[in-house]
Design a protein around this ligand. Structure first.
Ligand SMILES: Cc1cc2nc3c(=O)[nH]c(=O)nc-3n(C[C@H](O)[C@H](O)[C@H](O)COP(=O)(O)OP(=O)(O)OC[C@H]3O[C@@H](n4cnc5c(N)ncnc54)[C@H](O)[C@@H]3O)c2cc1C
Length: 395
């Protein structure tokens, strides 16, 4: 097989890999990016509902989960959201802010991908798509050799930018984790993050009937809490608040859902009982929540009873359900629909400045393959841009 020699080989032509390629190319390094997919940046294209939530006005280490909560700090402070916003602005890509500082393209995720591809072209980056990686060898301390379906490649720097496991049909593989282990790295166990919950069999029927209802809630557990919408679906519970807490959830646990975070339901019911004793419970509560939801959710809680016939104890029980619903998911929908993968290559074995392996010189890991997972809201792309940029300065 023909051997192509280059300075930098990057495996993975998506968010982190392209950013790294651009920066290395700008430094005059000869860069080749390999990807088994037939197109670069498929996840960028599908992100943010087709409008790519490419960063957030507020980026902080607290927005990331990792076994090493300090690791991300250096990269996100060196290549910031402002740097990426400046790049997007240079390309006159129209964008807008949604709630919580999230920045989305006005038109299409394609704008972000085309920008990255233009930058790659300008920096002389070469790309080999539909390229299956067969083996990676490290025959000498200063050279990696990658055998592929499109020939063999060698380089002094090898960058692994193969992402996580979510959406396998988009080309996600365990490649990066296996390669890390091949080179003596430890990998934290992976699970699906930012993913809808499936429900226990007894919750399935009533929830399915309410499919499509969205409610502004606080969803929390002992580790985190988020105020956003939850969305009832025919499969279970989704919506931003659920996706956020799913990253902090462990199998078998419950999460607490406050369906009326701005209302002390007990105080409200006591006052309503005095003011309008003949009002039915369901009519009273449906001023704050959809009636269909109240009827199904509180089916056994006297919803057709006038307030005057209900006791304080019953009010307490209703309050408990509405202000602190202890919801026990059956599971999550898994990698099939997850936005991200929790766990991954152990940060302690990488340089937080450069993403280089502390075990093997010239080997780098960037993006989602590392044990860094952002919240929903543009944090995952910012991690890809920041970590890719840092590696791009030194490879
Ligand atoms: C539906 C969805 C929507 C999302 N929306 C957002 C959003 O709006 N904002 C946000 O911040 N984040 C979002 N994310 C998360 C974000 O897409 C990822 O965190 C980000 O793409 C990670 O970038 P990466 O470069 O590390 O990996 P990826 O983007 O996953 O890219 C990995 C690349 O490696 C290639 N690859 C994998 N295995 C191999 C192999 N064995 N051989 C060769 N190539 C391989 C893949 O084909 C792919 O091109 C979303 C994710 C999903 C699934």
């Amino acid at each position: 097989m023909k051997l192509t020699e280059t300075d930098v080989l990057i495996i993975g032509a998506s968010a982190s890999g392209l950013m790294c390629a651009i920066e290395a190319g700008k430094r005059g390094r000869k860069v080749i990016v390999l990807d088994h997919a037939n197109k670069a940046g498929k996840k960028i294209l599908m992100s943010g509902g087709g409008r790519c939530n490419f960063t957030n006005y507020s980026i902080d280490a607290e927005n990331y989960l990792s076994h090493n909560p300090h690791f991300c700090k250096s990269a996100i402070s060196r290549y910031t959201q402002w740097d990426f916003i400046a790049l997007v602005s240079d390309y006159n890509i129209p964008f807008h802010e949604r709630q919580h500082g999230q920045l989305f393209c006005d038109d299409s995720s394609k704008d972000v991908l085309n920008m990255l591809l233009s930058e790659c072209a300008a920096a002389g980056v070469e790309m080999r798509l539909s390229c299956d990686i067969v083996a990676v060898a490290h025959p000498t301390p200063d050279m990696f050799q990658v055998s592929t379906s499109k020939g063999d490649f060698s380089a002094a720097s090898l960058v692994v930018a193969t992402g996580g496991l979510s959406i396998p049909k988009m080309g996600a593989t365990t490649f990066g984790y296996k390669l890390a282990e091949q080179f003596g790295h430890s990998v934290w166990p992976t699970t699906a993050g930012l993913v809808p919950f499936t429900v226990q069999p007894h919750d399935k029927a009533w929830l399915a009937e309410l499919s499509g209802i969205a409610i502004d809630c606080v969803v929390s557990n002992e580790r985190a809490g988020f105020r956003e919408n939850i969305l009832l679906t025919h499969r279970g519970l989704s919506g931003p608040a659920i996706l956020q807490i799913s990253s902090y959830w462990k199998a078998g646990e419950t999460v607490e859902i406050n369906l009326l975070p701005d209302l002390d339901v007990y105080e409200f019911l006591i006052s309503q009982q005095q003011q309008r004793p003949n009002t039915l419970l369901k009519n009273c509560l449906s001023e704050h929540l959809p009636k269909r939801f109240i009827t199904a959710f509180l089916s056994d809680e006297h919803i057709d009873t006038p307030l005057q016939e209900l006791s304080k104890k019953q009010f307490k029980q209703i309050t408990e359900k509405l202000n602190a619903w202890a919801f026990k998911p059956n599971s999550t929908e898994g990698y099939r629909t997850a936005e991200v993968t929790l766990g991954g290559v152990n940060c302690d074995e990488l340089s937080s400045q450069t993403m280089e392996s502390k075990k093997v010189n010239g080997l780098y890991f960037i993006g989602e393959v590392i044990d860094i997972t952002g919240w929903l809201g543009g944090y995952n792309f910012q991690w890809s841009w920041s970590s890719g940029w840092c590696a791009g300065q030194v490879v």
